[in-house]
Structure formats: C-alpha cells, structure tokens
Design a protein around this ligand. Sequence first.
Ligand code: AMP
Length: 215
Amino acid sequence: MRLIFLGPPGSGKGTQAKRLTERLGIPQLSTGDLLRAAVRDGTELGLKAKRYMDAGELVPDEVVIGLILERMQQPDCDNGFILDGFPRTKAQAEALEQALQEKGRPIDAVIDFEINPELLVERLTGRRICPNGHGEWHVKFNPPKEPGKCDVCGAELIQREDDREDRIKTRLEAYRRDTEPLREFYAQRGLLRAITADGEMGRISKQIEQAAQGA
Ligand code: AMP
C-alpha cells in the first residue's frame, strides 16, 4: 500500500506514520527525517538544506525530490510506504506522480490530517527530539520516562531549531501557501481521505487504517 500523509506541521503525521509502519508492514519515508540525518552526517546535501530548515522554509524541490526518489528505490519499499512530509509543493506532487506512473505503482490514498490550527503551536513548541535520531517526545502530551532524556539512549533531548515560535509561523505560512493546494490536487484524482487528527492516538490510527483500506 502506498500512502501519503498530508497535513500541517504538528498535526501528528510522523507519530502516526511510526505507529502504522509496524501494523501495515511498510516503511515511513519522512523527508524531514532524511534531511535531518543528512545535516547530522554533514553531507553536501545536508549543508545545502540546513539554512532553509532552520529558517522554517521549504528546501528547494530538486533537492527533496532527488532524495525521496532515491530512497524509494530501496527494497523495503517494494510492498509500499507511507510518505510523511512529502510532497509539499505541486512540483513535488507532479514529480512523484510521474515517477510512480513509470513504475505502474500509483498512490493508493492520501490521508488528509484535519486539525484545529490553534492546537498546532502548542504541539510544536513542546516537542523535544533525540539528537541521535531516536525519536521525539512532547513535554506535556508524550513525556519521556525520565524528564528531558531520550528513552532509547539517554541523551539530553533538544528542541528543533524550527520548533521555536517565530519559525513555526513561517512553517505554517509555507504550509498554507505551498502544501494546502495539494488537497485539491489529490481530491481531483479521487485519492483524498479526510481524518480528524486531534484526540486519542489509537482512535486516529484506526481512522487512518479504515481510510487507507477503503482506498
Ligand atoms: P518536517 O520534519 O516534515 O517538519 O520537516 C522539517 C523541515 O525539513 C521543513 O520545515 C523543511 O525545511 C524541510 N522539508 C521536509 N520535507 C520537505 C519537503 N517535502 N519539501 C521541502 N522541504 C522539506
């Protein structure tokens, strides 16, 4: 099954993708995670992406498209994947559509995370991540076992540069301007499935599974 999770930053796409990857047996492909790994590794691509990411702006299409299409070649994607945070612009959506059409493996459904915008800022400002890439927590909604420490490696959790309040505003603007129009793009193709993305985590997962399976 090939799914796209579409929704604003803080709507829980990453959390739900992680939960469902095990249940559905398909990997989560997060361009944000791939880019952060490139920044951590100090690759040329990472250096190029970092200033956009820190500012809360979108990384140029050609960088992200190349990165994700390469990732999709790997054998763990043979049975499908969950795209989390990609596509974010019309050019990305068109490049993805073309690449998948060439392989005869189109997207099955686009899950549209609908959420009250007022919740997003609190979700994002309270988020803390492991500097070694072991995951993320929330100071209020999903605290780690020991305050401020990664449950996996014990490292001091950090706040993402782009989870600071002024950057959040830029990211939400980018979402509205560049990404929200994709709802229409996928609705026209009959692929858009809306879910209510606030509330209990298990209930949200269930809605996603039903929406995906009804695809
Ligand atoms: P995320 O973890 O999905 O919130 O992404 C963090 C940051 O990575 C974004 O604010 C962008 O700077 C960059 N990014 C992630 N995915 C994309 C994408 N599909 N297109 C452009 N930039 C992206």
